[in-house]
Write a protein that binds this ligand. Structure first.
Ligand code: ZN
Length: 480
């Protein structure tokens, strides 16, 4: 997933003239007239026929959407699908079959070698105080960690930043667990920003602790939730293990350390990195009628962490991307530009799929107008965040009134996506666009055993796919 930020609001075009919508339409008219001065030039740029087309897309999604059932299959029948696993390969075959069933013009795979890290069966953490009986706490290895080679028992030193670690004398660190316990900044409105402010502990903690002679890193889970779910996630390769503690366990350990700074921790991890495996991005295309060489990519990542079903991260982005193209086709839209749904492999621990997609795009001298990624969960749509120059951002932001009836009209500068990121250097698309949804609950489940299908709401998911389809409709019709 990605950290991101944003804002913006725009005033109102009329709602589309869908059957049975008279009442709603009337309301929208009233609203538009109260905000008249700002709305007038925008209305000229976005004719009513676009609002009708968008209404059709949302009707199709809400009444006959297929993404929820697709997600049910992916999460229920395949489940966790970390890069290099047999389940990841099953997901590739499922993605290809699903796109073929949707009758896209062309469906194909892009081969890519991916890391293959395996958690192993045993993961155990225990706080060992002066009393005979230890306290077992929920832990999980961070992705890419080495194993402990049996039981690893040592004292613990708690820090909240790399500066704090740097200022500790060698004797305070050497031979110990370094316990990184800086929580999310809960005052931040965007949880992605809080994640961005804390995640260096997970990513670099073990590598930094290793430099000081520590035996392993223990990292507070990346969440504002207070519960017993440890959150995994990738870490930079290090010579010592890295493990996440649930937030409850982190709070408990911190408290016990205050009472007894000499307590010990015992950790046992069996994880191991195996040789790279062959895997694939899955690509489906609808060919453009007028400018077939101008491409609009929409995607999510097919791999997930191994602890859960990878429902919100990022099964939702995958099914929404495929659904976006299906919705456009089902509503009779013939795209002027070529549309590509891409299920990227290996976002979680290497981003090799996204890198390979961009490399091939450059090698084939492709022109990419824009790329959209959904990797922030399948929650209620809010809008889009753009990596683009000011003129391009202004052009897309003028479409905001069209998204207003669906509460998806926040179009602002912000993060595009990890998988589409490499396109920036490779083929210079005019915009990298992140699908933005309500993210307040995302980090409750992110990278944990709780990221399951039951956490996804059908309407929220379908509304998201429709929002992405609507943006693709406008990008295809008007270009950038
Ligand atoms: Zn993700």
């Amino acid at each position: 997933m990605r950290p991101s930020l944003s804002l913006l609001l725009a005033t109102g075009l009329l709602l589309a003239a869908a059957p049975g919508q008279a009442q709603v339409r009337k309301k929208a008219k009233t609203k538009a007239s109260t905000a008249a001065p700002a709305a007038a030039p925008q209305a000229a740029a976005a004719p009513v026929s676009d609002s009708v087309a968008l209404r059709k897309i949302f009707d199709e999604a809400l009444l006959r959407g297929e993404s929820y059932d697709n997600l049910r299959y992916l999460t229920g029948n395949i489940g966790a699908r970390l890069s290099g696993s047999p389940q990841a390969q099953m997901a590739v075959e499922w993605g290809k079959a699903t796109m073929e069933k949707a009758k896209f013009d062309r469906v194909y795979l892009q081969e890519v070698m991916v890391p293959h890290w395996v958690r192993g069966s045993k993961e155990r953490g225990e706080i060992v105080g002066n009393k005979d009986k230890g306290i077992k706490v929920p832990v999980c290895a961070l992705g890419g960690s080495v194993g402990t080679g049996g039981k690893l028992k040592a004292g613990v030193v708690e820090v909240h930043s790399f500066d704090e670690l740097k200022n500790l004398p060698d004797a305070a660190v050497k031979g110990k667990f370094v316990f990184f316990n800086r929580p999310f900044n809960d005052a931040l409105i965007e949880p992605g920003a809080a994640y961005g402010g804390a995640v260096e502990q997970r990513a670099l903690g073990a590598a930094e602790a290793a430099k000081r002679g520590a035996v392993a890193a223990l990292v507070r889970s990346m969440t504002s939730a207070r519960d017993d779910n440890p959150h995994t996630g990738t870490m930079r390769p290090a010579t010592i293990p890295g493990a996440a503690l649930s937030t409850n366990a982190a709070d408990q350990l911190s408290q016990l350390l205050k009472a007894n700074p000499d307590l010990q921790f015992e950790l046992e991890l069996e994880c191991v990195t195996l040789p790279d495996e062959k895997s694939y991005n899955v690509v489906g295309e609808i060919r453009g009628s007028k400018y077939p060489n101008e491409i609009i990519t929409v995607g999510g990542h097919l791999d997930s962490w191994d602890l859960a079903q990878g429902a919100h991260d990022d099964g939702t982005g995958c099914v929404q991307s495929m659904e976006a193209l299906r919705l456009l086709r089902a509503t009779g839209f013939r795209p002027e530009r070529t549309l590509r749904a891409v299920l990227f492999m290996n976002e979680e621990n290497g981003a090799r799929g996204g890198t390979e997609y961009a490399r091939l795009a450059a090698e084939n001298k492709e022109t990419h107008v824009a790329a959209i990624e959904s990797d922030g969960g399948g929650f209620t749509p809010r809008g889009f965040t753009l990596e683009a120059d000011a003129a391009t951002l202004a052009k897309v932001a003028k479409w905001a009134p069209l998204f207003r009836p669906y509460h998806a009209d926040e179009i602002t500068a912000g993060h595009g996506g990890t998988d589409i990121g490499p396109l920036k250097e490779a083929v210079h698309p005019k915009a990298l666009i992140g699908y933005k949804c309500d993210s307040q609950r995302y980090f409750d489940i992110h990278h944990t055993a709780a990221d399951t299908f039951d956490k996804v709401n059908r309407r929220e998911l379908e509304l998201g796919g429709a929002s992405m389809a609507a943006l693709i409709y406008l990008l295809s019709k008007y270009g950038l």
